[in-house]
Design a protein around this ligand. Structure first.
Ligand code: ADP
Ligand code: MG
Length: 686
C-alpha cells in the first residue's frame, strides 16, 4: 500500500465506505491521510468513578449488568451498570443494542463473581432523565490499543454515512504508513525554522499525545502550505519577468497636458502611483500591479492618465468593472477625461445589444475605440482588440483568476495589468493574496475633503435622525438610505428597501423625491435610477448594497445605514465611502437593529475613517474570510493555515524568497513541486 493506493486497500474499507469517502473527494490513501481533524476532544485523562464530574470524560471500568429495552417504535435503549474500584455508574446508549454483545464478557461478573473484561469508556457524563449517567460512551477493551477512548480524540469534518469513530478506526490502520511519510520541505527550511518533520506532524494531528503537540504540528503544516503558496507566487513573478510586453515610452507632453486639463490638482499619492505605473510601462516586462486606495482616493483618474499615455503609441485600454453601474460610471468619467485628447471611449455591458453591440465590436477590433470600459461582457468570445496594451481590473477581488486571465489573453503581447481595489488589506495579507503583484497605494484623500462624521444611532430616536437628514436636504444635498433586504420579510425586523421606500415617501419625506435601487431591477432601470440620483432628480436614494462599490455622486452628503450591525466593517466602510466625495461636510449614520449596546465593530468604525486601520481590526475581529473576495479564497484553498497567521506568513515568505534567490531548482524537490506548480497555475495572472 502506498499513498496513491485506492482506499479499498485499507483494512475495514469496503465498497460502501469507499463510496462515501469518494463522495467527499477522498479517493486515495494519501487523500485520507491529508484529511485532518477539525477539532479535538480530550479524553486522555482517566477518571475514577468516585471523582466523576459532569462533562466529557474517560473511565476505566467493567460492566456489571447490561440490558436493552424498546422504548417506542424506532428507539431502543441499552442500559448498563459500570464499576471500578471506587464506585458504580450508569451508562446509556440509544439504538446501539450491539453494546450488549460487545460488553458481554463482563456479564460473567454476575455469574462467577470473577472479573469481566476491562474497558475504557469515553463520553459525556450528564444529568438526564432525572439522574446522572454516561450518555452514548464509546467503549474499547483496555487490552486493545484504544482508538476511540482514553486519548485526545480527533474529530473529523462529517462525511455523510461515515461517523467519526469509523474514520478514526480506518486512519488507525494507516498509522505505519503515516510514520513513514516523506518530507516535503527542503531540509534547510526545516532546520532554519525549527519545524518538526512532516510525518511527525501528520501523525500528531491524527493521534495527538498531548494538546501542546497539536499546536506544533499545526504550525508545521500551516508553514508548509504558506511556503508552497508564497513560493508559487515568487516563481510566477520570476516567470512574469521573462515575458515580453509592450514597451511604452514615457511621453512627458501627454502626461503634462492631461494633468493641466484636470479640474483639480492630483494628490501626492496619485502622482507617485501614476509615476510608478508609467515607469513599469517603459519596461519590456508586462506590469503586474495593484493600486490600493481607499474609497474616494481617486483611482479612476490614475487609470485614465495611464490610458492616455498608453494610447499615444496606438495601444488600447480595457477597463473591467464588476457591475454595470460601475462600468457606466467609469465610462462617463473617462469620456470627460479623455475626449479632450481625441480618444474614443466605448462602453460594453450586457445592455448593449443588437446592431449597437456589433458596431462596438467592430470599433474595438479596428482600433477606433481606444478605451473600452465594460463588465464581464469584455471577456466574451467575440470581443477582439486591435492592440490591447493595458488592462485595468476594478475591484479586482470580485473577479476570479480565470476571468482576469481571459481578458489578458486578448492581446498579441502580454498587456500591462493594473488591478484596483478599494478594500485595503493589511501588509501580511497582501503578501499571500497578491504575492506576485507590485503594490501602489493611494493613502490620502483629495485636498479639501472633510473627514466624514460617523455616528451610531439607536432605532428609538429615528425621528430625530430624519430631522438631521432633512437639514442636509434643505440646503440642497442628497442622502442614501441603505437597507440590507429587497423585500419585506415578516419573520424579522430587518428593513427592506421596498417597504422603507413606500413608508418614507408616504410619511416623513412626503415632500422629497425618493429613488429606489436594488439588485433585482433590470440593468437599464438601475442605471436610470442612478443617473437621476446623480443628476439631483432624487433627494434620497433608498438602496441595497448595490451602491457599495465606487458609485460617485459628490453632492450626496448623508448615508444612513439600517441594521448596521448586520454588515462587516469593510463593507460599512465601503458604503460610507459613497459620501464625503466633495468639499461639503458629510455624515454617516449607523442605525442599530436594537437599542442594545453597539458592538465593538460599530464603535471602531465610528472612531476611524482609515480603511487600512479598519481592515486590520476586521482581520482581528472576524478573520480574513470577510476581507477579500470569495473567488480568491476558493482558489487559495488553504486547509490549515489561515491568513490571520501573519507571523507565519512573514517567515514563509522570507524562506520562499531565499529559495528562489539562491537559484534552487524546484524540480529537485519532487515532493514539493506538484503542489507548488498547482498553486502557480491557480494564482498566475499570466
Ligand atoms: P475611487 O475610485 O478611488 O473611489 P474616484 O476615482 O471615483 O475614487 O474619485 C472620487 C472622486 O474624487 C471623483 O469625483 C473624482 O473626480 C474626484 N477626484 C479624484 N482625484 C481628485 C483630486 N486629486 N482632487 C479632487 N478631486 C479628485
Ligand atoms: Mg472607483
Amino acid at each position: 500500500m502506498n499513498l496513491l493506493s485506492p482506499l479499498a486497500r485499507i483494512k475495514g474499507v469496503g465498497e460502501k465506505i469507499g463510496a462515501q469517502f469518494t463522495l467527499a473527494g477522498i479517493y486515495t490513501v494519501g487523500d485520507l491521510i491529508d484529511f485532518l481533524p477539525r477539532a479535538y476532544e480530550d479524553f486522555s485523562q482517566v477518571t475514577s468513578i468516585i471523582n466523576i464530574h459532569p462533562g466529557k470524560m474517560t473511565i476505566r471500568a467493567r460492566c456489571e449488568k447490561i440490558s436493552t429495552r424498546p422504548v417506542r417504535r424506532g428507539l431502543r435503549i441499552t442500559t448498563a451498570t459500570l464499576f471500578d474500584d471506587t464506585g458504580k455508574i450508569q451508562a446509556v446508549w440509544f439504538n446501539q443494542p450491539y453494546r450488549e454483545t460487545q460488553l458481554k464478557p463482563a456479564r460473567s461478573v454476575e455469574q462467577t463473581g470473577g472479573s469481566g473484561e476491562e474497558f475504557f469508556f469515553s463520553g459525556e457524563f450528564e444529568f438526564s432523565y432525572n439522574r446522572y449517567q454516561l450518555t452514548n460512551p464509546s467503549a474499547e477493551l483496555v487490552k486493545d490499543m484504544p482508538v476511540q477512548t482514553d486519548r485526545i480524540l480527533p474529530i473529523y469534518r462529517s462525511i455523510k454515512g461515515l461517523k467519526t469513530p469509523i474514520v478514526r478506526k480506518i486512519l488507525n490502520e494507516l498509522r505505519p504508513l503515516i510514520s513513514m511519510l516523506p518530507e516535503t520541505l527542503p531540509a534547510k527550511v526545516i532546520k532554519d525554522e525549527g519545524l518538526i518533520s512532516r510525518s511527525q506532524a501528520v501523525l500528531t494531528m491524527h493521534f495527538p499525545e498531548n494538546i501542546d503537540d497539536i499546536e506544533k504540528a499545526r504550525e508545521r503544516l500551516a508553514f508548509e502550505e504558506l511556503f508552497q503558496l508564497l513560493l508559487a507566487s515568487q516563481l510566477n513573478r520570476q516567470e512574469n519577468a521573462k515575458l515580453i510586453g509592450w514597451q511604452i515610452p514615457f511621453n512627458k507632453n501627454i502626461v503634462g497636458d492631461f494633468v493641466k486639463k484636470l479640474p483639480f490638482k492630483l494628490t501626492n499619492s496619485q502622482r507617485i502611483s501614476a509615476w510608478e505605473i508609467i515607469q513599469d510601462l517603459e519596461r519590456k516586462t508586462p506590469m503586474n500591479r495593484l493600486l490600493q486606495g481607499d474609497v474616494g482616493s481617486g483611482k479612476t483618474v490614475v487609470a485614465g492618465l495611464v490610458a492616455c499615455q498608453v494610447s499615444h503609441i496606438g495601444l488600447q485600454t480595457a477597463i473591467m468593472a464588476p457591475t454595470e453601474i460601475l462600468a457606466s460610471q467609469h465610462a462617463e468619467t473617462l469620456v470627460k477625461l479623455l475626449q479632450p485628447f481625441g480618444l474614443n471611449v466605448g462602453l460594453l455591458t450586457g445592455s448593449v445589444k443588437g446592431a449597437a453591440r456589433k458596431e462596438l465590436y467592430n470599433h474595438i477590433q479596428d482600433g477606433t475605440v481606444q478605451v473600452v470600459v465594460g463588465t464581464h461582457a469584455l471577456i466574451q468570445e467575440p470581443v477582439k482588440f486591435h492592440k490591447l496594451g493595458f488592462v485595468v481590473i476594478d475591484e479586482q477581488h470580485r473577479f476570479g483568476v480565470n476571468q482576469r486571465q481571459e481578458l489578458l489573453k486578448k492581446s498579441q503581447y502580454m498587456p500591462h495589468m493594473l488591478a484596483m481595489t478599494a478594500t485595503p488589506i493589511p501588509r501580511s495579507l497582501a503578501l499571500t493574496v497578491y504575492g506576485e503583484l507590485d503594490i501602489s497605494i493611494l493613502n490620502e484623500l483629495p485636498a479639501g475633503r472633510l473627514p466624514i462624521k460617523t455616528k451610531i444611532w439607536s432605532p428609538n430616536s429615528r425621528a430625530q435622525l430624519y430631522a438631521e437628514i432633512d437639514e442636509q436636504l434643505v440646503i440642497g444635498r442628497q442622502a442614501y438610505i441603505i437597507c440590507s433586504l429587497i423585500d419585506d420579510n415578516p419573520e424579522n425586523e430587518i428593513k427592506s428597501v421596498k417597504a422603507e421606500h413606500v413608508k418614507l415617501q408616504n410619511s416623513i419625506f412626503k415632500h422629497r423625491k425618493i429613488g429606489l435601487l436594488h439588485g433585482k431591477l433590470k440593468s437599464a432601470e438601475k442605471s436610470e435610477v442612478m443617473q437621476k440620483f446623480a443628476a439631483n432628480e432624487f433627494d434620497i436614494l433608498v438602496s441595497t448594497t448595490v451602491v457599495e462599490v465606487g458609485v460617485d455622486v459628490p453632492n450626496a452628503t448623508v448615508i444612513m445605514i439600517e441594521n448596521a450591525d448586520r454588515f462587516g466593517l469593510s463593507q460599512l466602510h465601503q458604503l460610507r465611502g459613497r459620501v464625503g466625495r466633495s468639499v461639503h461636510q458629510s455624515y454617516c449614520y449607523l442605525v442599530t437593529s436594537t437599542s442594545a449596546k453597539p458592538t465593538q465593530r460599530l464603535k471602531e468604525i465610528e472612531k476611524s475613517n482609515d480603511g487600512f486601520y479598519l481592515a486590520e481590526v476586521d482581520l482581528k475581529l472576524r478573520g480574513p474570510g470577510e476581507i477579500y473576495g470569495r473567488a480568491q479564497h476558493g482558489a487559495l484553498n488553504l486547509q490549515i493555515a489561515t491568513l490571520a497567521d501573519t507571523k507565519l506568513i512573514r517567515r514563509a515568505s522570507m524562506q520562499a524568497k531565499v529559495f528562489v534567490e539562491s537559484g534552487s531548482n524546484l524540480l529537485e524537490y519532487t515532493q514539493l513541486a506538484d503542489q507548488v506548480q498547482y498553486y502557480q497555475r491557480l494564482t498566475t495572472l499570466n
